[in-house]
Write a protein of this length. Structure first.
Length: 329
């Protein structure tokens, strides 16, 4: 009895190496995935070497890494099933249809296996690979879920990490421009208040009052010799412009208004001596205490700084502080 013929290509002798690696039918599958990933660890001389040398780290995206890792197993498994189906059921599947089935299997497996989603959008090359794998929707949905989680975190105040302080600042005005006030509060990792401040201003724009609040905050941080400080503001515009200043942008390139330029220059000087300060945007719900202080500044025609607040809590803040502390628990 002579050697059996390969059921897939119907041309060569059937061996395990041939069926899973060198058959024209299976080779087409291997080459198709090579075209998708733009690389391969396939050893055309040995399927065992292919499996042993298939590297683990393909991309910083876990989704792409999983798809890459699963690919050899699904090619081998489906090629073997196709061979058996032709023998025992007399049914045939074209390489293209089998390729579509493998892509579907990889996508379903990755969807149920992935543990983390990237924080940044994919590069052009990564997005191309994801689209060819029909998996770009997974990563976009993952980013959407991550964004929703981050947005939810912005809705309530959270204590800073151990060893850090958190300062919330805000500005208030009944018109723009108007007669505004600003305020802020510095708290430690346990939520205890280190200092509060509020101040009344003459006529100023909303942007100006937010920046004045930040300037006052930085001055007090220097006076208090504070380090490792997270500053939270509910104005995204203020955050964006202050970040430009912190990265070394010349104030004149951030604003053309001379009053704002002066404030930016002072802020930039403070930031140069406070290297461990970072900025985050939060929603107004997470900035309640700073908002109340800003309104105090708008109403009371004075500027007031209160240190060691936890020892003598001002009555106007105690109820809100107690409510916020209860919500955090």
């Amino acid at each position: 009895m002579g050697p059996s013929r390969c059921q897939l290509c119907e041309a060569q002798e059937e061996t395990m190496e041939h069926i899973l690696n060198n058959c024209t039918y299976t080779s087409w599958l291997w080459d198709s995935f090579n075209s998708i990933f733009q690389q391969t660890n396939r050893d055309k001389g040995s399927i065992i070497n292919t499996l042993n040398k298939w590297r683990k780290n393909f991309s910083e995206y876990e989704i792409l890494n999983l798809a890459w890792t699963f690919t050899p197993s699904f090619i081998i498994w489906n090629a073997w099933k196709e061979r058996n189906k032709r023998i025992f059921k007399d049914e045939k599947t074209t390489p293209l249809c089998l390729m579509e089935l493998i892509l579907k299997q990889i996508k379903e497996t990755v969807s149920t296996t992935v543990h983390s989603y990237p924080s940044n959008p994919p590069t052009v090359l990564e997005l191309r690979t994801l689209k060819q794998l029909s998996m770009h929707e997974i990563i976009l949905n993952g980013l959407s879920k991550k964004e929703k989680m981050l947005e939810k975190e912005k809705e309530s105040w959270h204590p800073p990490p151990k060893g850090y302080l958190k300062c919330n600042i805000d500005g208030a005005s009944k018109s723009n421009p108007g007669i505004p006030g600003y305020g802020g509060v510095l708290r430690d990792e346990d939520g205890k208040i280190i200092f509060t401040f509020h101040c009344h201003l003459g006529q100023a724009t909303n942007k100006m009052v937010e920046l004045m609040a930040l300037e006052q905050c930085l001055e007090l941080l220097k006076l208090n010799h504070s380090s490792n400080v997270l500053i939270e503001v509910d104005s995204q515009i203020a955050i964006n412009e202050v970040k430009k200043i912190s990265y070394g942008t010349v104030p004149k390139r951030v604003s053309k208004q001379w009053r704002l330029i002066q404030v930016y220059q002072r802020i930039q000087k403070h930031l140069q001596s406070l290297r461990t300060v970072s900025f985050n945007h939060v929603w107004r719900k997470a900035n309640k205490l700073a908002d109340l202080l800003a309104n105090q500044g708008m109403i009371n025609l004075e500027c007031k700084i209160e240190m060691k607040w936890q020892e003598m809590p001002p009555s106007r803040l105690k109820s809100l502080y107690d409510t916020q502390a209860t919500e955090e628990k």
